[in-house]
Design a protein around this ligand. Structure first.
Ligand code: TYD
Ligand code: MG
Length: 460
C-alpha cells in the first residue's frame, strides 16, 4: 500500500510545525495562523547510500570578472541596485499593498525595453487590460520601441510560466507580480502560504540561475511584516529592496535591505505623480521645500543615507501633559527610545525639564531616520520649542549626543557640510573635532561652522 503523504500544520507567522491543528501557535502566540501543508517524503541522499562526486576546488588568485549589468536607465534604481541588474540574479521587491511596486516595476520594464532588452511582465494580480490602462495613464504606451520589446502575460500558474520561460530563451528580464499570487501544481496549499511562496520562488529562481535571466519577484509585506511574505524569501534571493513611504506623502523610498552585488545602505527617492513615479535626484531641496523658518520647534538635520547626504526638517511640538498618566511621546520618522534619551540628557545635564510635557516629534517628508547623528538636531528642536525661540533659518545641525551631554563626532562630516552649503545654509552646528588625527574637513567658504562640545553650550 502506498504511504499517504505526511500532513503537517505550519504556522504562517513563525513557521513552527505541528502534527495536529491547534488554534494558537505555541511558539509565537499567533491565533489562527496554522495551515495544513502536505509533504511528499523525499529519500535522503545520505541515507540512500549514493557516493557523492568529488568537488573541483580552485585557488583564490584567479581572474575575476565583475558581473555585466543591465542599465535600468533610472538613476535612482541603479543607485540602489549597485549600477544595474546583474544577469542571472534574483531581486525581491517588497512593500505594503498600494505603495507603488507594480507602477515602479512597469516603469522599469518599459525603460529596459526601450534600451533594447527583452522583458516579460507576468501579473497574477491584474488582467492584461488593467496593465494596459495603467501603462496608458503613465504614458508608457507612446514608445514604439518599448512596445516591441515588452511582453505581458496574466497568469498565476508557475508550471505554465516555467514552460514559457524554457521555450523563450531570449528573455533577459522577467517580473513576477506578485509571488503571493503564484501557484505551483503539486503543492497542496493555497497561494500565499509559506510553502507555496517558497516552492514557487524556488522553481523560478532555479530557472533564472540556469537560463541567466534577471528575475524580479514582487512581494507584499503584510501588517505584521512577517506573514508568508517576502521575509521567507530573503535568504533565497540576491537582493531585497523595500519600497516604503507614508501613504499620505508623495515621497517613496526604495531601500536595499540585502544586496549581493552592491551596498545595502543606499536609498532611491521617488515622488508619486499622476503620471507615475518621478525620480528625485536632489531630495534635500524637496524635503525642505515646505519649511517655514521662524517657527519655534524646528531644526534642520544634515543626515546621510548610504553615500548620499540628505537634509531634513525635525519638528517638535510641546504641550502640557493631559491627565495624570505618563506624558505622551509621539514620534514619527525617528526612534522613540532615542528621543527619551535626548530628553533625559537635556534634563539631567542641562536642567531643561520637559517631563511634564507631551512631546510630538516629526521628521518631515516621511523618511525614517536611523542615524544617531540626528540627536543634535532633535535636541535643538526641543530646546527651541521649550524656549519659544526659533533656530536660525539658515542653520543646520548634526552630531551624536552621549549620556553625559557631550556631543560626539559622526562620520562623513565633509559630505554633510558640502550639502548644507549647497542648499544655501550659512551656519552649521556640529561636534567639536579634537586631536590631530581627526581634523575637521575644510568647510565650504560660504559656511560658518560652530563646533560644539557639550549640549549645555547649545542651551546657552
Ligand atoms: P500600485 O503600483 O498598484 O501599488 P502596489 O503594486 O504596490 O500595490 O499603486 C497603487 C495605486 O497608486 C495605483 O492605483 C496607482 C497609484 N499611483 C499613482 O497614481 N501614481 C504613482 O506614482 C504611483 C506609484 C501609484
Ligand atoms: Mg501591485
Amino acid at each position: 500500500m502506498a504511504k499517504k503523504p505526511a500532513s503537517l500544520f505550519v504556522c504562517q507567522n513563525c513557521q513552527a510545525q505541528y502534527p495536529k491543528w491547534t488554534g494558537r501557535c505555541e511558539q509565537c502566540g499567533e491565533w489562527n495562523s496554522l495551515e495544513e501543508e502536505t509533504r511528499t517524503a523525499t529519500p535522503s541522499k545520505a541515507v540512500s547510500g549514493r557516493k557523492g562526486a568529488g568537488l573541483k576546488t580552485t585557488r583564490l588568485d584567479g581572474r575575476a570578472t565583475p558581473p555585466a549589468r543591465l542599465d535600468t536607465n533610472m538613476a535612482e534604481l541603479n543607485r540602489v541596485l549597485g549600477s544595474g541588474l546583474v544577469p542571472g540574479s534574483v531581486v525581491l521587491v517588497g512593500g505594503d499593498p498600494g505603495i507603488g511596486k507594480s507602477t515602479l516595476m512597469l516603469q522599469m520594464t518599459c525603460a529596459l525595453a526601450r534600451a533594447g532588452h527583452n522583458v516579460l511582465y507576468v501579473s497574477g494580480e491584474e488582467a492584461i487590460d488593467q496593465i494596459r490602462l495603467r501603462a496608458q495613464r503613465l504614458e508608457l504606451d507612446r514608445d514604439p520601441k518599448a512596445l516591441d520589446q515588452l511582453e505581458l502575460a496574466a497568469s498565476i500558474n508557475v508550471n505554465d510560466i516555467t514552460t514559457t520561460l524554457e521555450e523563450r530563451r531570449t528573455l533577459q528580464v522577467v517580473v513576477i507580480d506578485s509571488i503571493q499570487t503564484m501557484w505551483l501544481e503539486g503543492v497542496a496549499s493555497a497561494p500565499g502560504s509559506v510553502s507555496q511562496v517558497r516552492s514557487c520562488a524556488f522553481e523560478l529562481i532555479r530557472l533564472a540561475k540556469t537560463l541567466g535571466f534577471v528575475l524580479i519577484l514582487i512581494g507584499h509585506v503584510t501588517k505584521e511584516g512577517a506573514l508568508a511574505g517576502p521575509r521567507v524569501l530573503e535568504h533565497m534571493v540576491d537582493a531585497v529592496l523595500y519600497f516604503e513611504g507614508d501613504r499620505g506623502h508623495q515621497f517613496r523610498i526604495l531601500r536595499a535591505a540585502k544586496n549581493r552585488f552592491g551596498a545595502t545602505d543606499e536609498i532611491g527617492v521617488f515622488a508619486m505623480t499622476d503620471t507615475g513615479l518621478r525620480e528625485v535626484p536632489n531630495p534635500s531641496a524637496l524635503f525642505l521645500a515646505e519649511r517655514h523658518g521662524n517657527i519655534a520647534g524646528s531644526a534642520v538635520f544634515a543626515g546621510l543615507e548610504g553615500t548620499r547626504p540628505i537634509l531634513l526638517e525635525v519638528q517638535v511640538l510641546l504641550s502640557a501633559k493631559s491627565g495624570d498618566g505618563a506624558a505622551r511621546r509621539a514620534v514619527l520618522g525617528w526612534d522613540s527610545s532615542r528621543l527619551s534619551m535626548v530628553l533625559a540628557v537635556l534634563e539631567a545635564r542641562c536642567g531643561l525639564k520637559l517631563g511634564s510635557m507631551d512631546v510630538h516629534l516629526n521628521v518631515t517628508g516621511g523618511l525614517k531616520v536611523t542615524e544617531p547623528a540626528a540627536d543634535l538636531a532633535v535636541a535643538a528642536a526641543l530646546i527651541s520649542a521649550a524656549t519659544g525661540q526659533p533656530t536660525a533659518p539658515d542653520e543646520a545641525y548634526f552630531g551624536e549626543i552621549g549620556l553625559s551631554g557631550e556631543i560626539r563626532q559622526v562620520s562623513q562630516t565633509g559630505i554633510r557640510l558640502k550639502e548644507i552649503a549647497k542648499l544655501g545654509f550659512r551656519q552649521a552646528v556640529i561636534p567639536r573635532h579634537v586631536g590631530t588625527a581627526n581634523a575637521r574637513p575644510k568647510a565650504p567658504q560660504s559656511l560658518t561652522v560652530a563646533e560644539t562640545g557639550h549640549l549645555s553650550d547649545l542651551v546657552r
